[in-house]
Design a protein around this ligand. Structure first.
Ligand code: 5GP
Length: 139
């Protein structure tokens, strides 16, 4: 990926303003500029990598530590108990900013917040075992 700072690195560095919510050694959180609902927040690692599979274990652990705390604070501040976590990787998966980020999106009612399409299929039992082993062996 490019070594050029992403828009999110510029936000971390204070070069682009934001409504900051949280910062620690490895992570940063702020309000999304085009929210799907009130309280729509982005949590990002300071480590600049494009997709989650590239993230270091240390940065991932730091994200994992703060994400539930951030969710609790958003629920408390908005009074909205339901929410979605969205994490897009790659253009086809609707990623616009190539810097790992987690959306926390409150869901106050059926019309507001994240709309989820879920065109599910049926697991192919003939190939599932091989697929599971193939994924497992890559860990
Ligand atoms: P993606 O589609 O990549 O998962 O989502 C990127 C998100 O970043 C979008 O929801 C967009 O509104 C948000 N975003 C992009 N640029 C800025 C910015 O400069 N400031 C803030 N606060 N959010 C941004």
């Amino acid at each position: 990926m490019s070594d050029q700072p992403t828009v999110f690195t510029k936000i971390i560095n204070g070069e682009i303003p934001c409504f900051k919510i949280h910062e620690d050694e490895h992570t940063f959180a702020f309000l999304d500029i085009n929210p799907l609902s009130p309280g729509h927040t982005l949590l990002i690692p300071k480590e600049q990598v494009a997709t989650l599979d590239k993230l270091s274990d240390d940065a991932a652990a730091a994200i994992g530590r703060v994400l539930p705390r951030l969710c609790r604070a958003i629920v408390k501040a908005t009074g909205i108990a339901d929410y979605n976590i969205l994490q897009n990787n790659g253009e086809l998966a609707h990623q616009a900013v190539n810097h790992v980020h987690f959306h926390i999106i409150p869901k106050p009612d059926t019309k507001t917040g994240l709309g989820v399409g879920w065109p599910s299929g049926e697991l192919n039992k003939g190939t599932a075992s091989e697929l599971a082993e193939s994924i497992s062996s890559g860990l």
